[in-house]
Design a binder for this molecule. Structure first.
Ligand SMILES: [Zn+2]
Ligand SMILES: [Zn+2]
Length: 122
């Protein structure tokens, strides 16, 4: 099995299931299509896809999660139910500020934590 093919399947799995997935979750899904694949191989491919910018990686509560790249967005993590939501926030102002201060920003991850809409209703 060629690496390119594995990467294509891993990318497709992340896109299909959506959301933010751990390498283990991706592994369990990918294994249905590639029964011979190992967790180590999934890790390696996720790392490569992240380097290529095709997959986004995020660190939440000590866990590494991956998601299909679907444009610049930020995250809100609910401290009650643990749900991770994608939120569209204008990041241009922050990027412009960093630039003005002389920083060359390569990545910008905004993670807000608190109580989600569903949890604050109950
Ligand atoms: Zn919640
Ligand atoms: Zn996201």
């Amino acid at each position: 099995m060629r690496t390119t093919n594995q990467q294509t399947i891993i990318k497709a799995v992340l896109k299909k299931y959506g959301g933010h997935r751990s390498a283990e979750e991706v592994f369990h899904k990918v294994r249905r299509r590639l029964p011979q694949i190992s967790l180590a191989t999934v890790y390696r491919n996720l790392k490569r896809l992240t380097e290529l910018g095709e997959v986004k990686r995020l660190f939440v509560n000590g866990k590494t999660l991956y998601e299909s790249d679907h444009g610049i967005h930020s995250h809100f993590i609910c401290c009650r139910c643990g749900k991770i939501e994608d939120i569209e926030i204008q990041q241009e102002t922050l990027l412009a500020t960093l630039k003005r201060k002389g920083y060359k920003t390569e990545s910008l991850d905004i993670i807000a934590t608190g109580v989600c809409k569903a949890c604050s209703k109950s």
